[in-house]
Design a binder for this molecule. Structure first.
Ligand code: IMP
Ligand code: MG
Length: 183
């Protein structure tokens, strides 16, 4: 059997696990302050935000509920197609709740916009958006995220939840993969 290493395909590391942990700790502090005295409903956008979400929630010191949603943006290769489909909905009622939507990365902003608009139809008290990465793409009309971990150049990244063709999510850091790995 062929044993394939994920780390072998890494071209370079953009953020180490220590850098990620330090930034997630800061975000957790900010959100703890923001929601002091409240019980936010934390919503993880599967699957990319899974590691970020669980780390972020553990850096927040408040009472909270957690729920999970999945949206597919019909990703072809490394570019989003712009068509978004809800794959899995939340199961907790968000009416009159402070909802925190946790995403892995904002690229075109279409997924975020779709989910925020969907949530707003459900009468939450507020919707706050958080993404670990915010890609600097040249789109002035893009839907903006309230809190982000790092701004990154317009490059395709993997690791810490982010995938290419469903692989590499388990890398403990955020990296760029070698060109030859995009078959
Ligand atoms: P958007 O709708 O174009 O903002 O894309 C958002 C989704 O596309 C993210 O939730 C990711 O799943 C995926 N995505 C965008 N850029 C990257 C990347 O660089 N690496 C891995 N996934 C990405
Ligand atoms: Mg995603």
């Amino acid at each position: 059997m062929l044993i394939r290493s994920a780390k072998e395909d890494v071209k370079y590391i953009m953020f180490t696990r220590e850098q990620i942990a330090a930034r997630v700790r800061e975000l957790g502090k900010e959100l703890t302050e923001k929601f002091r005295g409240e019980t936010p409903l934390m919503v993880c956008v599967l699957r990319g935000a899974a590691f970020f979400f669980t780390d972020l929630c553990r850096e927040m010191d408040c009472m909270m509920d957690m729920d999970f949603i999945a949206a597919s943006s019909y990703f072809h290769g490394t570019k989003s197609s712009g068509t978004i489909r809800l794959v899995k909905d939340v199961s907790i009622d968000m009416e009159n709740r402070h909802v925190v939507l946790v995403e892995d990365i904002i690229d075109s902003g279409l997924t975020l916009e779709y989910l925020v608009k969907l949530f707003e139809t459900r009468n939450p008290k507020s919707v706050t958006t958080v993404a670990l990465l915010d890609k600097e793409v040249n789109k002035p009309e893009r839907f903006n995220v309230d809190y982000y971990g790092f701004k990154i150049p317009d490059k395709f990244v993997i690791g810490y939840g982010l995938d290419y063709a469903d692989y590499y999510r388990n890398l403990p850091y955020i990296a760029v993969i070698k060109e030859e790995c995009y078959q």
